[in-house]
Ligand binder design. Sequence first.
Ligand SMILES: *Cc1c(COP(=O)(O)O)cnc(C)c1O
Length: 376
Amino acid sequence: MKKEILFSPGPTNVPAEILLAGAKRTIHHRTKEFSVMLEEATKGLGRAFDTKGDIFILTSSGTGGMETAVVNFLSRNDNVLVLNTGAFGRRWVNIVKTYGLVPDVLEYPWGESFKISDVEAKIKEKKYKAVLCQLGETSTGVVNDIKSLGDMVPKDTLLIVDAVSGLLTEEFHMDKWNVDVCVSGSQKGLMMPPGLAFIAVRKGLDDKIGKGDLPSFYFSLVHAKTYGEKGQTPWTPAVNLIYQLNRALEMLEEEGLDNVITRHKNMAQIARKTVVEMGLELFSSAPSNGITAVKVPEGIDGSKLIEHICEKYGVRFANGQREYKGKIIRIAHMGYVTVPDILMALNCLWLGLKKSGFKTKPGAMLSALETAAALD
Ligand SMILES: *Cc1c(COP(=O)(O)O)cnc(C)c1O
């Protein structure tokens, strides 16, 4: 029997309620019935982003949402600043370069968050059309300080934030924090299957959509806006994923969006304390609520360890990306994960480490229970 539970930062586990919500007759998308459900979804997402601005639902993975932000708001000759804290920061660089822009990049060693003072210095030096960054840098388990960034970035510079993994795992208030454009996706904190991207545009920016000179068709928000006003999407939407989105939003709102963030904070706390008790070292200097990244101890092959734990126990952790493959383990506690789940996953990590010859401290798992017991 194979029972696999995902502790990977996308895709994340999908609860049965959401799986079943998708198992319904596919309705036609040019109908009143569809418009009603699209409106419900956009309203729910507005609460999740904490914005009064427009929300667009795209049939795409999260990267399509990132590309949408670029092609609808920027021009070839714009000065843009990318705050690159890992693989997804690098993705912003690659997307804007694909469209012919030459970005300035503040690049940080993996495991570090960006520094506001560096951004401030750059912004004093040069006028930027946009600053692009991540709320959660999923490749390293880092959370960036978007609130301080939003306080600092000038009003006429667009702040474009990738919150694909950060939405509903980290505290985030798009409007209050002066974020102009924000992107997310279905397969992370929203505990849905992959396939939808979301893009939120701050109120008052509507007239800036599509005014640049970058080409776009499928990802044009000009079309999305025209159709959105009629309660539709320009192209055939992933109807069944939208059933699932509404069920996911309903479940999260039942829990309470603030409680969802607290749950993620709590699990991160258990994970961080426990791995340190085990004798491991945290990789991130600004650890996120959704992922705990740990360094693989000297002499152990991280890739083999991750595969062993998955094969033996069905617990799927994520490997490091790029040059960190085999060097870090990413334990995602994102989406449909509760305290008992993270305790179980950490036990399996302990078992795997023991099997690999690492001297795990036997008290670590007891201390995990103590940490969990000390939470509300
Ligand atoms: C997952 C993720 C994305 C999007 O990845 P896709 O594979 O295209 O869905 C973008 N940014 C961050 C920070 C992510 O975690």
